[in-house]
Design a binder for this molecule. Structure first.
Ligand code: BGC
Length: 538
């Protein structure tokens, strides 16, 4: 083992020399800023849209409705434009993912991160300086493009630059930083809402410039990954960089494996068509279902609109904003719980336990709000308000140790090598599509369903828990190359998809022979956020 560093210990038993070099440390900072930026964008919109000065300037109809204290509290924020302010980011992100997968592969990880940083800076500037609704929405679209490019390139960059032993941790760090970004945004909203003269929202939107700037500077400082250079045929350069980042001259074994991995990756033709083959359908069904269900838990109704929601329930502005801070903090802490328990307790236990916890908390919230409506008062009784906040926290915590990280982790570890990158692309796209749908529809749904919105989401929680119970196999501690034998072929339903022909056997042999080198080269598995292997064969 080299002094001052450590050797990585990949699955094959071969140990590559690797020190924790400054470049690797910069990678950690990149992980932090990329995740923070995304989380900040998720969390900032709700607080800003609950600020009267912001509403007055851009959404006077909504502002008037609130001032007049109209007939239904539930409908006061129901406005397509207001929802578009939140949702446009996700639609842009979804579209940008496809371009980003091209630039990540053809230009490299570093230029793609730079593009993301520039989009973020432009979007932030436009938002902070916005004079009209067009500037606001275009700003959000630019931020969305940044999200599309950053979420593609940053996790991939990290997987490739970090020594094997800290790769998984770095990727979970990215996910954790998303939740920290959401928390920061609520804290900043809480502070800026107090600014007199009503320009606090500009500061909230403008402070996104800090992680945006850091990401851009970071992209200028870091090196391109050896994987990307090798993939583009620049072998000698790739080897030189590998020496620099590993802090040793002895990189030949890892270099050869990267070259081999790149060759094998290029051999996989038509990955999207492969996904539809019968033997690959179970993984596809599970990945899509997990992402659709993740959004149908209703989490982003809380993440995007917590202050608006608490306001709707009769909380004063200040109380609504600090309640959002509390739920944001619960989100971060519970994500840490997940990191520690996912490989001990297993995926199914976490998802099933969370199902019960989410169902109960949503039903309790609906009942409390339902009773309140019958009383015909506009504000919740203090004690009931506290119960609602506690229930929202109960809901958020169970999401954060289950569907939050596992919606990403499980797809990333179940797809076989030949469909992994295509599978991950689908996973990301389904996520952004449904995130967009919830962002665009939630306030209108709240207006029409009233407290019943929570029963709507709880109904889905029931459906997804039944899905987990019968259709989701446990994947805890199972090496990826043994998934077919130990997971899919043992499952009462999915085994019927596995033994259909010889191809399945060949596929298994193929996966066994090739997945290990690729694991090390690209670490497309167990990344906890699911974005990292998207770029390879799109
Ligand atoms: C989800 C996001 C959500 C976040 C909340 C993620 O896993 O994909 O949509 O905003 O968790 O922490």
């Amino acid at each position: 083992m080299p002094a001052g560093g450590f050797s990585t210990a990949p699955a094959t038993g071969v140990e590559f020399e690797a020190k924790i070099t400054p470049i690797v440390i910069i990678s950690c900072i990149m992980a932090a800023t990329g995740g923070l930026m995304f989380g900040y964008d998720v969390g900032v919109s709700g607080g800003v849209t609950s600020m009267p000065s912001f509403l007055k300037k851009f959404f006077p109809v909504v502002h008037r409705r609130i001032e007049e204290g109209g007939d239904s509290n539930y409908c006061k924020y129901d406005n397509q434009g207001l929802q578009l302010f939140t949702s446009s980011l996700y639609l842009a992100g979804l579209t940008a993912t496809f371009f980003a997968s091209y630039t990540t592969r053809r230009l490299g990880r570093r230029p793609t991160m730079l593009i993301a940083g520039i989009f973020f800076i432009l979007g932030t500037a436009l938002n902070a300086a916005a004079q009209n609704i067009e500037m606001l929405i275009i700003g959000r679209i630019l931020l969305g493009c940044g999200v599309g490019f950053a979420n593609q390139a940053v996790p991939l960059f990290l997987s490739e630059i970090a020594p094997t032993r800290i790769r998984g941790g770095l990727n979970i760090l990215f996910q954790l930083n998303v939740t920290i970004g959401i928390l920061f945004a609520s804290l900043i909203n809480y502070g800026t809402a107090k600014i007199k003269d009503g320009w606090g929202w500009r500061l909230s939107l403008g402070l996104a410039g800090v992680p945006a700037g850091l990401l851009t500077i970071g992209a200028l400082l870091v090196v391109e990954t050896p994987n990307s250079l090798i993939e583009r045929g620049r072998l000698e350069e790739g080897k030189a960089i590998l020496r620099r980042i590993r802090g040793t001259e002895n990189v030949e074994p890892e270099f050869l494996e990267l070259v081999e991995a790149s060759r094998i990756a290029k051999e996989v033709k038509h990955p999207f068509r492969n996904l539809l083959k019968r033997r690959n359908q179970p993984q596809l069904i599970i990945a899509v279902a997990l992402q659709v269900f993740q959004q149908l838990t209703g989490i982003n109704a809380i993440m995007f609109y917590a202050p608006v929601l608490f306001n709707t329930l009769g909380f004063k502005n200040d109380a609504a904003l600090y309640s959002a801070v509390i739920t944001g903090a619960v989100n971060v802490v519970s994500t840490v719980v997940s990191i520690y328990s996912v490989d001990k307790l297993g995926r199914r236990i976490l998802l099933l336990e969370a199902g019960v916890q989410m169902f109960i908390s949503q039903v309790v919230i609906a009942v409390i709000l339902g009773i309140k409506v019958k009383d015909d008062t506009n504000n919740l009784h203090n004690a009931l308000a506290i119960v609602v906040v506690v229930m929202v926290c109960t809901f958020v915590s169970s999401f954060a140790w289950s569907w939050g990280p596992l919606g990403w982790l499980i797809p990333s570890e179940t797809f076989p090598l030949e469909t992994r990158s295509a599978g991950q692309s689908i996973t990301v796209c389904v996520n952004l599509l449904f995130t967009f749908a919830i962002a665009q529809a939630f306030l209108s749904m709240l207006c029409h369903f009233k407290f019943g919105i929570f029963l709507f989401f709880s109904g889905w929680v029931l459906v997804m828990s039944v899905f987990v119970l019968f259709l989701l196999p446990e994947t805890k501690n199972i090496p990826i190359e043994e998934m077919t034998e130990r997971v899919w072929k043992q499952h009462w339903l999915w085994k019927r998809f596995m033994d259909d022909n010889d191809e399945g056997q060949n596929h298994h042999r193929y996966a066994k022979e090739t997945v290990k080198p690729l694991e090390k080269a690209k670490n497309g598995t167990s990344n906890g956020n699911g974005f990292n292997s998207v770029s390879y064969q799109l």
